[in-house]
Ligand binder design. Structure first.
Ligand SMILES: Cc1cc2nc3c(=O)[nH]c(=O)nc-3n(C[C@H](O)[C@H](O)[C@H](O)COP(=O)(O)OP(=O)(O)OC[C@H]3O[C@@H](n4cnc5c(N)ncnc54)[C@H](O)[C@@H]3O)c2cc1C
Length: 502
């Protein structure tokens, strides 16, 4: 085995993005991946909302096979009586359905405001968080520029941004809108991937972060790649290999090797040791610090902070194989279909999860990929993100069975007869996701994206600039700023930080 300057742990979107950037600057890079194939959580995902344009363009993903089956999915907020609401264009630019003129006008105003605010925050995704303790330097200046940009929106918008950042999604929606279907779908979006309900404090900021993403150059748009999100992961892997990077799968790192207080390489499960001057951990920071590095190499304060980092996942993933195409009471099966009920139902689905229990009526984000790309055998594949699901129930098997039954009941209420079409069903609970993908708690962002764990507090105060606590160790996963999604942003930012450090 040749020796490499840099070893990257984890071939998820961030590990691959970092590998590409480092290799294109001349580094020799080995990526070690525990699973049998590269792509990580891209295989868990079912649509794209924040693929970083720097990553997409510099990696030449189109040349490596990325094609969009649909770059701008419409959303249908399903109603059990068939009185659906359809949102077309990015973030529901156009509303179709039986809804009052007052709500149409209020949504147009609110949408425009949210997108303006998201655009102000978007540059944050592409920067290293400032080191507050030092308080100087380029990142601090960039942060100041964003503050100035926010102020330039005018006094009214600036005040409003401050107000909504401190409020919760429920109150914001309730202030502006009346239609429960619209408020339900938006409350579902605002809390997707989080461990918070719409009434939880500060639930607007993570929503704005989500809205700051883009697909195919359209802010807020949602895209479905041809072949699904796994195909996007595969395109990233091909781009990386084309840059001369070696990806070794079925290679689980057991330990980061440290000698004389410096990282010197890694040890794989099975005992093989590989040396490198730089190790980039693109797996969750909590796992990196507490398992791969180990408490004895860290100061006690950092160990305590790492143990306290919040990594509760609240999303389950459902996969159904169906004999035929289900009928969601006339909804277009190519749409992203949302079962959320009202904003109150979204909160009700979160409540039991706080106590480790399964909600009676989970919300669902449904994609039927085979409506876009039919299978030759006429069967269909339905995937759904189900919220909320407990990450630590007292009985895992019972909770999994209960969650599957609750999801199927929700589907049946909106697409009568779907139960009779089911040939195969699998649900991954947050703890299954942790076991399969290594995301602690099954957490979407490898660490909750809550206000107290964002920007210079992410993943933890003191190590928010991608540089790990031991010389030679770097952090690059979604657990770092700016968080998760199949974006590659954290990995790209980390590689830029490594370049800046020389
Ligand atoms: C239920 C659910 C649904 C989601 N749906 C979407 C979606 O539709 N769209 C979207 O954009 N995002 C979605 N996400 C979020 C997205 O999957 C993650 O945020 C993203 O994958 C994080 O990328 P990453 O590269 O940081 O980490 P990961 O993708 O988790 O990659 C880390 C890699 O490291 C490997 N690994 C772990 N430990 C080791 C080790 N010790 N040695 C070697 N390798 C190791 C893992 O196998 C994995 O391949 C979803 C998340 C969840 C939980």
């Amino acid at each position: 085995m040749p020796s490499f300057e840099t070893i990257i742990i984890g071939a998820g979107p961030n590990g691959l993005a970092a590998a590409h950037r480092l290799a294109s600057k001349g580094a020799s890079v080995l990526v070690l991946e525990a699973a049998a194939s590269a792509g990580g959580g891209a295989g868990l995902a079912h649509l794209s909302y924040n693929l970083d344009p720097r990553v997409e363009n510099a990696m030449g993903l189109a040349a490596h096979g990325l094609e969009w089956a649909e770059p701008n999915l419409a959303t249908t907020a399903l109603s059990p009586d068939g009185n659906h609401l359809r949102l077309e264009g990015p973030v529901g630019e156009r509303l179709f359905g039986d809804i009052s003129d007052a709500d149409r006008a209020a949504w147009a105003t609110l949408r425009a405001r949210l997108l303006r605010f998201a655009a102000v925050l978007a540059p944050l995704n592409q920067m290293t968080p400032p080191r507050i303790a030092k308080g100087v330097g380029n990142p601090m200046l960039k942060l100041a520029m964003i503050g100035i940009k926010a102020r330039m929106m005018g006094a009214k918008d600036f005040r409003e941004l401050g107000r909504i950042l401190l409020t919760n999604a429920h109150d914001l929606l309730d202030d502006e809108l009346a239609d429960p279907r619209l408020k339900g779908a938006l409350a579902f979006d605002a809390t997707l991937g989080g461990w918070l309900g719409p009434r939880s404090p500060n639930s607007v900021l993570p929503w704005l972060v989500r809205l700051s993403g883009q697909t195919a150059g359209k802010p807020g748009a949602l895209g479905l790649p041809k072949g699904g999100m796994a195909a996007l992961g595969a395109a990233m892997a091909r781009a990386v290999v084309a840059k001369g990077v070696t990806i070794r799968c079925n290679a689980r790192v057991a330990r980061v090797l440290i000698n004389g207080e410096r990282v010197v390489g890694v040890a794989l499960e099975g005992g093989e040791e590989l040396s490198a001057a730089r190790v980039v951990a693109s797996v969750a920071p909590k796992t990196t610090l507490l398992s791969l590095v180990g408490a004895r190499h860290l100061d006690a304060g950092l160990v305590t902070r790492a143990r306290h980092q919040k990594t509760r996942g609240g999303a389950a993933k459902l996969h159904l194989t169906l004999r035929g195409l289900p009928d969601f009471k006339g909804a277009d099966p190519k749409d992203r279909l949302i079962i959320a009920g009202s904003e109150h139902d979204v909160e009700r689905a979160f409540n039991p999860v706080k106590y480790g229990r399964v909600p009676e009526r989970p919300g669902l984000e449904i994609m039927i990929s085979t409506a876009h790309e039919p299978r030759t055998d006429g069967k269909h594949h339905l995937s759904a993100i189900a919220q909320f699901a407990p990450h630590a129930p007292s009985d895992r098997d019972a909770a999994r069975a209960e969650m599957l039954a609750a999801c199927l009941a929700q589907l049946e209420a909106h697409a009568p007869g779907i139960g009779g079409l089911v040939e195969g069903a699998e649900i991954l609970m947050p703890y299954d996701i942790e076991d399969r993908y290594g995301l602690p708690g099954g957490q979407w962002h490898a660490g909750e994206l809550s206000v107290e764990q964002m920007l210079f507090l992410r993943p933890l105060p003191g190590i928010a600039q991608y540089q790990g606590p031991v010389p030679g160790l770097w952090l690059a996963s979604a657990g770092c700023h700016p968080g998760g999604g199949v974006s590659g942003s954290a990995g790209w930012n980390a590689a830029l930080a490594m370049e800046a450090a020389g």
